[in-house]
Design a protein around this ligand. Structure first.
Ligand code: NAD
Length: 282
């Protein structure tokens, strides 16, 4: 890889980075990507992978410490990244996020609306409070809407691009271990994604939903905090294990890259066969 140096100018800092990251195959060379929730879990693994594959990555998270540490890792590997703090449920912050990507990197090609929350008090319809409902909807559904609202004009200015919205397998199947607000928010992401894909299909913008199965990330670990709770789910998983965030990142890479040039409006499952299963093997 080349070690040629160049300068990125940003609002607050000037950073020198190497021009070619270590170890990738260049599937995203020349692309600019935003990854929301990029500080942990799926967003973290995807930010690292996108950068390794040659993208310039704006890592966005509400947690600045986590997000900045991912940017440091990317730069240590010779990649190009910048961090921006934003709460995806706040319109002004999401608008600024898009502006920062365009100002720092000159354009936007890939928007990964991935940030999401699952609140432990989220339960069935009887016991879930309005507060839990509204908070979940604001981040998981409105956050994706705002990303698209401000991101699509940037993609149009660029002549097109790829949007990936993180939904979930729970948008496709019901569970007797409910998180009703979370499930409803992910169903909304799936429906909204499908419609956006159709609206923008002739404008060279692809919009896909990425539907992970249950993963070993902080989001699920906090919720499944006993062996009983974990085993109640594991019995339904064909492979007998939870997924890894890095396995979802590879799905995001496919949807982000030109390899998926004829894929739009899909609910792209990366779930270890969960949604195909009736009875799993002993
Ligand atoms: P995670 O909790 O490991 O990471 C989420 C990141 O998003 C964190 O860094 C957090 O600080 C950030 N974040 C939270 N609220 C934010 C906000 N308002 N604005 C900006 N950033 C915010 O979660 P994860 O497991 O990596 O989940 C990523 C996505 O995948 C979510 O949309 C989640 O719903 C979805 N998902 C996860 C699973 C799973 O089992 N973990 C399964 C299906 C779908």
């Amino acid at each position: 890889p080349s070690t040629q140096q160049y300068i990125i100018r940003s609002f607050s800092t000037t950073t020198t980075v190497k021009s070619t990251p270590v170890g990738g195959s260049g599937r995203l060379n020349g692309k600019v990507a935003i990854v929301t929730g990029g500080g942990d879990g799926v967003g973290k693994e995807t930010s690292l992978l996108f950068a390794k594959e040659g993208a310039k990555v704006l890592v966005v998270d509400i947690d600045a410490a986590k997000g900045k540490s991912i940017v440091t890792q990317i730069k240590d590997n010779g990649g190009n990244a910048y961090f921006f703090t934003a709460d995806v449920s706040k319109a002004n912050q999401v608008k600024e996020m898009i502006d920062v990507a365009e100002k720092n990197f000159g354009k936007l090609d890939i928007l990964f609306n991935n940030a999401g929350i699952m609140i432990s008090e989220d339960d069935d319809a009887i016991s879930t409070t309005e507060e839990v409902w509204e908070k979940t909807m604001n981040v998981n559904l409105k956050g994706v809407f705002l990303g698209c609202k401000f991101g699509i004009p940037a993609l149009l200015r660029n002549g097109g691009g790829s949007i990936i919205n993180t939904a979930s397998f729970v948008a496709l199947m019901g569970a007797a271990t409910p998180q009703i607000a979370y499930t409803a928010s992910k169903g909304g992401v799936l429906a909204m994604t499908r419609e956006l894909a159709i609206i923008h299909a002739k404008q060279n913008i692809r919009v896909n939903a990425l539907c992970p199965g249950p993963l070993r990330t902080e989001l699920l670990d906090k919720f499944l905090n006993t062996p009983e709770k974990r085993n109640r789910r594991l019995v339904h998983l064909p492979m007998g294990r939870f997924g890894q965030a890095s396995e979802i990142a590879k799905g995001a890479l496919f949807l982000a890259s030109d390899d998926s040039s004829y894929v739009t409006g899909t609910d792209f499952l990366v779930d270890g066969g969960l949604c195909a299963a009736y009875v799993t093997a002993e």
